[in-house]
Design a binder for this molecule. Structure first.
Ligand code: GLN
Length: 202
């Protein structure tokens, strides 16, 4: 399904599994057009992509069957990708669970479910520094991954309990939590709107 917004970009939301509808709502709030992606061919239409939260073992399976690995790596070469929770796990270089086959888009190592089980999910306030200023946002962590190793190519934009929870590598962002569940638009706006305006200015 395609949703038309005022902003001249079309953002794909990987809709194989997980809470992709919540990301579409955030893009709607920003007036950014979006399209649910279920087949690799649909990636040709997009200016950027969201990989939502969900279950990374299931995503590994579904992405493999549909042949998403190579097209997504190619897309990452020139379009921004935002990964939240399981999406971050899928974007990592390595994951401490051999059932997950990550894409290797972010030079980080992650440990799945490292904050505990579903009952240990929580929401807390988090300072985030984007564009040189710090905003406080609500961040919901649900069976969240921990980023256990970060290479020098990766910038840490926020930490929780001394652990990186927002990382940026070039045009890409990875988040250990779910901004889409708290109506936080800042990250989608930053990578799909502000960065786009910057690269298309002048
Ligand atoms: N624990 C899940 C996984 O490993 C991620 C949880 C989430 O996306 N909220 O895939």
């Amino acid at each position: 399904m395609v949703r038309k917004g005022r902003c001249p970009v079309m953002i794909g939301v990987l809709a194989l599994q997980g809470d992709y509808e919540k990301h579409i709502q955030i893009l709607d709030m920003l007036k950014i057009s979006s399209i649910e992606i279920r087949y690799p061919k649909e990636l040709e239409k997009v200016d950027g992509l969201v990989i939502p939260g969900g279950e990374s073992t299931t995503m590994t399976d579904l992405m493999g069957r549909a042949g998403f690995y190579e097209p997504l790596r190619l897309l990452a070469g020139n379009k921004p990708i935002l990964g939240t929770c399981a999406g971050l796990i899928m974007m990592a270089k390595s994951v401490c669970d051999s059932r997950v086959k990550p894409l290797g888009i972010l030079d980080v190592e992650v440990d799945r479910n490292a904050y505990g089980r579903q009952v240990h999910s929580f929401t807390d306030q988090l300072p985030v520094s984007l564009n040189g200023k710090t905003d406080f946002i609500s961040a919901t962590f649900i069976r969240a991954p921990k980023i256990t190793k970060v290479e020098s190519s990766v910038k840490i934009l926020s930490e929780y309990d001394s652990q990186p929870v927002v990382v940026r590598q070039g045009r890409h962002l990875g988040l250990a939590f779910h901004p889409e569940l708290d109506g936080v638009t800042l990250f989608h706006e930053f990578i799909f709107k502000k960065q786009f305006e910057k690269t298309h200015a002048a």
